[in-house]
Design a protein around this ligand. Sequence first.
Ligand SMILES: CC(C)(COP(=O)(O)OP(=O)(O)OC[C@H]1O[C@@H](n2cnc3c(N)ncnc32)[C@H](O)[C@@H]1OP(=O)(O)O)[C@@H](O)C(=O)NCCC(=O)NCCS
Length: 215
Amino acid sequence: MHRLLLFKTRIKTQGVLKTIDFYYCRIIQLIFSTIIFKRFDLRIFPDARLGGVHYMRIGEGFGAGRGLWLEAVTDYAVTGQVFSPELIIGDRVNVGEYVHIGCNHRIIIGNDVLMGSKIYITDHNHGVYREDFSDSPDVPPISRHLTENESVEIGNRCWIGEFVTILPGVTIGEGCIIGSHSTVTRDIPSNSIAVGSPARVVKKWDEEKKKWLRV
Ligand SMILES: CC(C)(COP(=O)(O)OP(=O)(O)OC[C@H]1O[C@@H](n2cnc3c(N)ncnc32)[C@H](O)[C@@H]1OP(=O)(O)O)[C@@H](O)C(=O)NCCC(=O)NCCS
């Protein structure tokens, strides 16, 4: 009954063609998710690029726009490296279009996280550029070792804006908002709004006043 009412409302507000497109998308997402994950609750388009599915744990109700790219990297043939990645996505996570998550160690995304489109999250680099371990610019980037052991964590109920990049080793606490086009290079404490490249905290939630206050 409820579904019939939704169907009628959809036809009325969006017209026949958009309604057909909506159900067409739902059906192809259902078929794809059933084949790849043997589950009915995921909304993933068949154009998704998924690597290392056995190293992913995806919570209930995950939904993604077109062009999703989830890569749990198990090996890098160029350098002969092997990895045991863990890509963990919580319950009710929704992401927009063309989101790319690359993981060779550990990326954990909490429950109820919302992401915009064109977001990149990675826990590794091609080579090291710090102090004694620096990789030489004479070596082609593709031939440099992938860095390892840097986790990325995104807490429950975070909202990640459009075009955000989240780099290796970063923890974003619960309830944070990351402004569009930001690059997160350092940890962000819980209940903060961070913006810019590199992302800096500009507001924090004041639990007593029940307001976001500038810092
Ligand atoms: C992060 C965001 C929610 C902040 O909203 P807000 O709290 O109303 O922001 P304010 O306008 O009070 O801005 C606070 C400061 O941060 C700056 N700022 C806000 N968003 C910024 C961004 N994305 N990048 C850089 N600076 C930003 C403002 O210019 C302002 O700086 P100032 O103090 O020097 O003037 C919003 O700007 C944003 O980026 N939303 C994401 C939209 C999006 O991607 N939607 C996708 C849908 S899923």
